[in-house]
Design a protein around this ligand. Structure first.
Ligand code: CO8
Length: 258
């Protein structure tokens, strides 16, 4: 039977995507990234889903791009097939919040995949590194761009140039992760967080995600304008009126995600 390298599940309004190549510490190859992208897009299109959790195994979230697959590739192979851009960046098209639940190794492309998520919840065992320099490579799946934005140039340069590994508490201190939890509570805590998020109005969540991401793409004035337009649009939404009325009537809001 064909190995299921990416597993998809759900609980309530939360989609759960699990990387599943434990023997290779979830080393990310083309088949995995194709399936991951397809799973994320399917959950994004599913009206019953409000947030997505992306996770790996207990020993590794993902130990990076699959070195065994890459070792013999030529420049023409990667250029013509548009390596990375072709399938790794599918996650950028997802409009719903994506939360990475990371235990164990998040190395190289695994760290970069976590960085491409909207939030990272780390287990105490989580270890983050961009060790591509050891291969005479570079963090080419967004690492050189997202890491400095997340933790600043000084720490990012240290990680990229020396392959320094961060443990969960350092990653928390530097702002790489949103929360650190005990390993045995990783999925419970992440699913509770995802369930809270998925219970809010989906169009409002998408507008917030888009607006926060804009902060990395635009000047402050342009970003503020973008945010302000989204705020104005909120007044055209049923959910915003329901949310405000429910507060005034001292009851729980019922969101129709419209
Ligand atoms: N690719 C392929 N196989 C891997 C990878 C990987 N990235 N990581 C681990 N494996 C395999 C090992 O080869 C081993 O297989 P086998 O049992 O057949 O020998 C199995 O997984 C278990 O690994 P280890 O025995 O090494 O386990 P340890 O607990 O001793 O060590 C480590 C764990 C420290 C995580 C170690 O496996 C390691 O250093 N792995 C490589 C980490 C790495 O360099 N990652 C970066 C890869 S490059 C990358 O991600 C670039 C992405 C950006 C775009 C592409 C540009 C290059």
């Amino acid at each position: 039977m064909e190995e299921q390298v990416v597993l998809v599940g759900r609980t309530g309004r939360v989609g759960i995507v699990t990387l599943n190549r434990p023997q290779q510490l979830n080393a990310l190859n083309d088949a995995m990234m194709d399936r991951l992208g397809a799973a994320l897009l399917a959950l994004d299109a599913d009206e019953g889903i409000g947030a997505i959790v992306l996770t790996g195994g207990a020993k590794a979230f993902a130990a990076g791009a699959d070195i065994a697959a890459m070792a013999d590739w030529s420049y023409m192979d990667v250029y013509c097939s548009d390596f990375i851009t072709r399938n790794w960046e599918t996650i950028r098209r997802v409009r719903k919040p994506v939360i990475a639940a990371v235990a164990g190794f998040a190395m190289g492309g695994g760290c970069e995949l976590a960085l491409a998520c909207d939030l990272i919840v780390a287990a105490q065992s989580a270890k983050f590194a961009l060790p591509e320099i050891k291969l005479a490579m570079l963090p080419g799946a967004g690492g050189t761009q997202r890491l400095p934005r997340a933790i600043g140039k000084a720490k990012a340069m240290d990680m990229c140039l020396s392959a320094r590994q961060l443990d969960a508490s350092e990653a928390d201190r530097y702002g790489l992760v949103s929360r650190v939890v005990a390993d045995e509570r990783l999925m419970e805590e992440t699913l509770a967080l995802a369930t809270t998020i998925a219970g809010y109005s989906l169009p409002a969540l998408m507008a917030i995600k888009e607006s926060v991401n804009r902060a990395y793409e635009a000047s402050l004035s342009e970003g503020i304008l973008f945010e302000r337009r989204h705020l104005h649009v909120r007044f055209a939404s049923d959910d915003a009126h329901e949310g405000m009325n429910a507060f005034l009537e001292k009851r729980k809001p019922v969101f129709g995600h419209r």
